[in-house]
Design a protein around this ligand. Structure first.
Ligand SMILES: Cc1cc2nc3c(=O)[nH]c(=O)nc-3n(C[C@H](O)[C@H](O)[C@H](O)COP(=O)(O)O)c2cc1C
Length: 186
């Protein structure tokens, strides 16, 4: 018996080369709605999202290049151009931001884990709609200048930038650990 959810989970791979079309606005709403339907101790919604699409990708690329030029004086013109183009390869990119608060009974660790779950739900939902995805952080998830530009508060951190689009190619699978390496029966 085949099960489409299990098939997706057992075959999912990140897709590096993406192209148009991306999700329609309605599909993106579905993807984001699935992303926030995650376990969330005390119902704190300890995550938020920033969507980059259309012209916003180019504007953000210009910010990446500006910030990199300030944060790394050695960055070459070629590297700065790469950053300018950074989001242009995918029709849509979603930044998932962890916003853990100091709440009794819901440790920060659990709130951060909920953000990871939101990232993966987003990937799975987009994949279920037939899109390819790539969850990355790169340098800019950790850049003070980029975080300030996106309006992150001191408690907030970027869990990932998730590129979404149509897969241009399907990569061969990578090596996965065997269950025996990571599972112990108690
Ligand atoms: C939080 C997080 C951040 C990641 N950041 C990067 C990154 O910056 N660059 C990269 O090449 N892969 C990054 N990855 C790995 C990719 O998302 C991907 O999982 C991996 O390249 C291929 O494995 P897969 O096909 O099983 O997804 C990151 C993964 C996680 C969970």
């Amino acid at each position: 018996m085949t099960n489409p959810v299990l098939d997706l989970l057992l075959q999912r791979r990140s897709v590096k080369l993406l192209a148009e079309p991306g999700p329609t606005p309605q599909q993106l709403d579905t993807i984001l709605t699935a992303a926030i339907r995650v376990p969330d101790h005390k119902g704190l919604a300890p995550w938020r999202f920033v969507v980059f699409e259309g012209d916003g990708r180019e504007r953000f690329g210009a910010v990446l290049a500006d910030v990199l030029a300030k944060e790394d004086k050695e960055a070459s013109p070629v590297r700065l151009d790469t950053e300018r183009q950074r989001l242009m390869g995918a029709p849509v990119t979603v930044a998932v931001i962890s916003r853990a608060k100091d709440v009794p009974g819901a440790p920060e660790w659990e709130q951060v884990l909920s953000s990871g779950a939101a990232c993966q739900n987003l990937v799975i939902a987009a994949s279920a709609l037939g899109f390819g995805c790539n969850w990355v952080t790169r340098w800019f998830a950790y850049s003070p200048g980029v975080c300030a530009h996106l309006g992150l508060s001191a408690e907030e951190r970027i869990a990932g930038f998730i590129h979404i689009g149509t897969a241009k190619e399907r990569q061969a699978d990578r090596k996965r650990p065997g269950l025996g390496e990571v599972v112990r029966r108690y």
